[in-house]
Design a protein around this ligand. Structure first.
Ligand SMILES: Cc1cc2nc3c(=O)[nH]c(=O)nc-3n(C[C@H](O)[C@H](O)[C@H](O)COP(=O)(O)OP(=O)(O)OC[C@H]3O[C@@H](n4cnc5c(N)ncnc54)[C@H](O)[C@@H]3O)c2cc1C
Length: 444
């Protein structure tokens, strides 16, 4: 019998990783600190507890990227999807589950598997020996968080995310927006045109501030405090401090000339910055927010140039422990500096139950392959799983790295179906290609 692979955290990622390792015929020890040591969001001692909503989001594997990810996880015989399917509740096109029955059945399946040992207790250090997968999630215990920070450096581990909304580039109206960096700064043409700018007149600005002040906001969860976002204020809080605050902050109009109307000085400007190497996603600079999702879509579409914007993800501020994966993790999900350690789940900078479980599935398969003397690379970037891994380990901008849901903006364009062609045409092309490439990865 080979030495067991150790996993820290029996959440979405850790549970799936343990299952995949056992399926490969290898022993695995799954360390979980709950229920002896809890978090502010978990309620039970079960594996794969859903801490908030009971939804795995869209189950449409043709028109939706998360539905495609479901498809891939089912194809790879994932435990999380199998148990979600078993405990499915009626929810239209979404995959909603009975949360208690779901977690109980994940726990039972792992307990019934002879190769899996569930070991209660907190792990407080990063082990130097053996193969380990760290899957401790957004609420990693403080002691282990400190150990990870000591290993990776203070700037490489974040304890909360402040996400500005991210927009699909091809939904920005370039008849209104223009490319220019403030004061045309930069050595190269690329740098001088790194930002997209959306101009506002005084009336646009006043209406925007009114909408911000009136919008529905989310309250902080217990255990989260305003202290988490010092120096990183939500835009609605800035607006509450004074109607002009934003115009002197992220929306200042200085150093910019509207390429469409050079003689007209904008009253305020909203800037967007490229968010991935493909150039398919842009984030709205400085627009972290606690507005509710519905309100965000309405308010942000008031910005000239974003009237038809489609959002890859909306903004938010949450308690969340995650690594700066683009600089720290290789595409086998190993810590570059300590390759006996893999990371999986939300701590790698993906966001959501399904994405976290998917990273667990990959980490488990990769660790098992390595223990068996084989090297397993990630699926191609054309698949949902591959697109996510590629994003967190290289595709995303390291300087502005924030957790990411799976979305079609992470997929390389399909030949002849990019640009302004309709989504109805493009999305099925993405998912058809993804299915073929994922099946080939599984077969190889
Ligand atoms: C408040 C909150 C609400 C959320 N709501 C949603 C939502 O509605 N929908 C959605 O898709 N996603 C949501 N998320 C994100 C969600 O947490 C992740 O999507 C998913 O649960 C992460 O999976 P994971 O396996 O990475 O972490 P988790 O599922 O959190 O699992 C990590 C496990 O590691 C354990 N652990 C931590 N530290 C240690 C240690 N040192 N030793 C041993 N065990 C340890 C924890 O107890 C936990 O069981 C939410 C997150 C938070 C914090």
């Amino acid at each position: 019998m080979t030495d067991p692979i150790h996993i820290v955290g029996a959440g979405m990622a850790g549970s799936e990783a343990a299952w995949q390792i056992a399926r490969a015929g290898l022993p695995v020890v799954l360390h979980e600190m709950r229920p002896a040591l809890g978090t502010f969001a978990h309620r039970t001692g079960d594996c794969a507890e859903m801490v908030c909503s009971n939804s795995f989001r869209s189950d449409d594997d043709v028109m939706n990227a998360v539905g495609q990810l479901h498809w891939e996880m089912r194809a790879a015989e994932g435990l999380i999807m199998a148990m979600a399917d078993r405990h499915k509740l009626p929810a239209g096109g979404a995959l909603a589950v009975d949360r208690d029955a779901f977690s109980a059945s994940v726990t039972a399946a792992l307990r019934a598997e002879p190769l899996v040992t569930i070991q209660p207790g907190e792990i407080t250090d990063l082990p130097r020996e053996g193969r380990w997968i760290i899957a401790t999630g957004p609420l990693t215990s403080p002691a282990l968080g400190a150990a990870i920070q000591a290993e990776t450096g203070a700037d490489a581990l974040a304890f909360f995310d402040a996400i500005a909304p991210i927009v699909h580039a091809d939904t920005i109206d370039m008849g209104v927006a223009w490319r220019q960096s403030r004061y045309d700064k930069g050595e190269t043409e690329d740098e001088r045109t790194a930002y997209l700018n959306c101009p506002m007149t005084r009336d646009d600005y006043e209406a925007f501030i009114d909408a911000l002040l009136a919008a529905d906001k989310t309250e902080f969860h217990e255990g989260e405090t305003a202290g988490y976002f010092d120096g990183c204020l939500p835009i609605e809080v800035m607006a509450e401090r004074g109607r002009e605050t934003l115009r002197h902050g992220p929306m200042k109009p200085v150093g910019l000339t509207n390429a469409h109307k050079p003689a007209e000085k904008p009253y305020a400007v909203v800037q967007l910055r490229r968010d991935n190497a493909l150039g398919t996603l842009y984030n709205i600079v400085g627009f972290q927010t606690k507005m509710k999702y519905g309100a965000q879509t309405e308010v942000f579409r008031m910005i000239p140039g974003l009237q038809n914007a489609s959002f890859a993800r909306l903004g938010g501020i949450h308690r969340n422990t995650f690594l700066n994966s683009p600089t720290l993790i290789d595409d086998r999900l190993r810590l570059r500096a300590r390759p006996n350690l893999r990371f999986a789940g939300q701590v790698t900078g993906v966001e959501g139950y399904v994405e976290s479980a998917a990273m667990g599935l990959l980490a488990g398969r990769m660790a098992a392959a390595e223990a068996l003397g084989r090297d397993l690379g990630p699926p191609l970037q054309t698949t949902a799983m591959g697109a996510l891994v590629h994003h967190i380990t290289g595709g995303a901008e390291a300087k502005t790295f924030q957790p990411m849901n799976v979305n079609f903006g992470l997929f390389p364009p399909v030949e002849g179906r990019g640009g302004r062609r309709g989504r109805k045409d493009r999305y099925p092309a993405y998912t058809e290609r993804a299915k073929a490439d994922f099946a080939a990865w599984l077969a190889g």
